[in-house]
Structures are given as structure tokens and as C-alpha cells.
Design a protein around this ligand. Sequence first.
Ligand SMILES: [Zn+2]
Ligand SMILES: [Zn+2]
Length: 266
Amino acid sequence: MAITFRTILSSSSGNCILIQTEETNLLVDCGFRSQMGCKTALKEVLSDISSIDAVIVTHNHGDHINYSALKVLEKNNVPVYVFEGSTDELKYKHYNGYSFAALDLRSFSAGSFEINDLTIEAVEVPHHPGISTFAFVIRHKRPDGECKILVAADFTDGAALTEHLSDADLIYIEANHCLELLRIFPNFNSIYHMNNPATARLLADTLGKRKTPPQAVVLGHLSNQRNEPQKAIDEIKRAFRNKGHEINFPIEVAPKFDPSKEIKIA
Ligand SMILES: [Zn+2]
Ligand SMILES: [Zn+2]
């Protein structure tokens, strides 16, 4: 049974990832800024929005979940899973005074929960003060073992992720900004995100030691103004070279505004 991964939107202005098995359509985040944009983008990759089994939300920043996306998900009866300590915050930030009476809002706690044939482990990561933020480890059981995807969007320190970086089959990880571009276009909020050298060091430290490489690494959540795909890739190459490691896995950079190609995990 195959599992596939693709990003639908991935940048500092909007994030949405689709993970599919034979039984399940799972979204990680749904950060579209308009209802029309959300419907159009989801219909480009799924014929029917109501076929989405769940959206799991990393945290409540508007580039990951917001009013427009919640409206579309409510209308299509898609369950939305938010950290149990963040449901009031979601309502305060994104309901905009509306009741969302028909929204199927559910909660998860730190630890594991199931969605059909997927087991999701929520791992808390440091990001923005006062905003609980999670990376997700998504496991799919199959006869010859399990397939494991790590999705780490916004964060500042990967200490909680090292054990998962050491054995995940597919790794999606934030490479938010280039330090040179940040000097040209200063932004205080960049301190809450992984810069290219930090992501590169984390990957070189953890993947360099692996016996079996991951099947794919996808860099995502690139800043619109302060990063470019080639700059992120070059930084990874430099970090692996400095540590004397080879890059023996494919690296992709998630397109900022369009769906990525589909990655099938063997
Ligand atoms: Zn974000
Ligand atoms: Zn954020």
C-alpha cells in the first residue's frame, strides 16, 4: 500500500500539505487566504473537498489556518484537529465573530492519535512565544513494517526532532530564510523560524549518521522575500561538505504558491 506526499502551498504566506493512502486523505495545515483560493487549490489535487478525512493543524498562525479555510472546511464537513490547549485561541483568532456551528472541530493532545490507517504523533516544538506549535510524525503501517513521515513546519530548535530525523522515510522541514537576504530585508519575526544554515546543520548532524538515507527531504516554508530555493539547497550542500558527509538522498524545495509533484514513498 503506497503513501504519497505533496505540498499544495508552502511559504511564509500560506501552508498546506496533502498525504494520501488508499484509505485516507490527510491535510497538514490549510493556510489559504481566501475561500476561492482554498477551493481552487484543493480541487486541483482532489476531485472532492469533502473526501478530505481530516486537517491537522500545526499551530494557529494565519498562514496555517484561518477564517477562509475554516469556512471551506466547515461547508465540506471536513474535521479539523487543533491542539487541545489551542481551541479557544483558534476561535479568538479566526472565527471573526461567527459561530462556526457546523464546523467539526476536534482536538489532539501531545502524543499519538489515529486517523483511519494513519497514526499521528504530535511533537511540541519551540516557535512563537504563547503559540503552542507541533511537528507531526505520521506513520502508516504495512506488512513489511511502517512508513514514517516527519512534517516540521515552523520552529526554532530541532532538539525534539532528532530521533525522528534519524529514521523518517520522508522529511519535510522548514528552511525559512537566507541570512544575507534577511540583512537586506530585515524582519523581526524571522527569529521565530529556521534559517538556511540552521536547517542545514540540523540535517547534516542527523542525516549524516544514518545507515539508510531517507527517501526524500523536502525543504518548505521558504520566506517569500528572504529566501530562494537554490540558496537553501546550497546551504545544505555546504553543511554536509563541512561535516564530511555525502548527500545520498533526493532534496526537493516545495514551490511557494503551487502544488509540488507527488512523492511516492516505497
Ligand atoms: Zn508559518
Ligand atoms: Zn508560525
